[in-house]
Design a protein around this ligand. Structure first.
Ligand code: ZN
Length: 239
């Protein structure tokens, strides 16, 4: 029985290594996906900035055209002033020119605001584009590193799987079934070491009679609390 239990302990170590390696394999692409998502978000932001810049440029051109028209119109009105003899008409036109000049000043303010926003956006765009390039480089090196790591982990995994197959051949099939059943029911741990008459998994005490049996190592014992297969190991202090 001792040999069988030793094999189960080894099997459990292998199973835990396999779980850890499978987790590592799943984790690699996860990290890459995070970076890809980051790049995607940045790309979308860049596209939105570019659209906004296009809109602002259109608005800028519109303001510039308006100002040009206004100036031409004002110049024409000033020309007409010379030919007006009627005082009332003269004043009316003068007032109209004043209003037009005020309107032009407003448009010029708006144009200035538009140009400022354009400058800010262009700077932001440049920063984001640089960040995207850096992110792309990082993604590429991460992909290479992940591929190398994945190959290493997969090799380790298949080595352990080969050892596991060999080990399973040496274990009684009924015992193996029990092991698998307890493992599935107990969070992946089917075999627990008993140290100082205490189960190392659930930390409950083992009754003295059972503890004596366990130390004889010729029967299969189960933890009365967590139902795992328990085993005892002669420690150096005890030896
Ligand atoms: Zn227990």
């Amino acid at each position: 029985m001792k040999k069988q239990i030793d094999s189960l302990v080894k099997l459990q170590e292998m199973d835990r290594s396999l779980d850890r390696l499978r987790w590592q394999i799943a984790q690699g692409p996860e990290r890459l996906r995070g970076l890809e998502e980051e790049a995607h978000t940045l790309e979308e932001e860049i596209e939105a900035d570019k659209r906004r810049i296009q809109d602002l440029k259109k608005t800028q051109r519109q303001y510039e055209a308006d100002i040009e028209d206004d100036i031409a119109h004002i110049r024409k009105s000033r020309g007409r002033l010379m030919s007006i003899k009627n005082n009332r008409e003269y004043r009316a036109l003068l007032k109209e020119i004043e209003e037009a000049e005020k309107g032009t000043a407003d448009t010029e303010d708006k144009l200035l605001g538009c140009l400022e926003e354009l400058e800010e956006l262009n700077e932001e765009l440049e920063t984001k584009e640089k960040a995207l390039v850096a992110l792309g480089e990082r993604l590429e090196s991460e992909e290479t590193a992940t591929a190398i790591e994945l190959a290493r982990v997969q090799e380790e995994l298949s080595d352990i799987e080969t050892c596991k197959k060999e080990l399973i051949e040496t274990i009684d099939s009924k015992l193996l079934e029990k092991y698998e059943r307890i493992k599935a029911a107990s969070g992946g741990i089917a075999v627990a070491l008993v140290d100082n008459a205490t189960c190392s998994e659930c930390h409950m005490g083992i009754p003295p009679q059972m503890y004596n049996e366990l130390q004889r190592q010729d029967t299969l014992e189960f933890c009365p609390n967590c139902q795992r297969i328990i085993y005892w190991k002669r420690t150096e202090a005890a030896a």
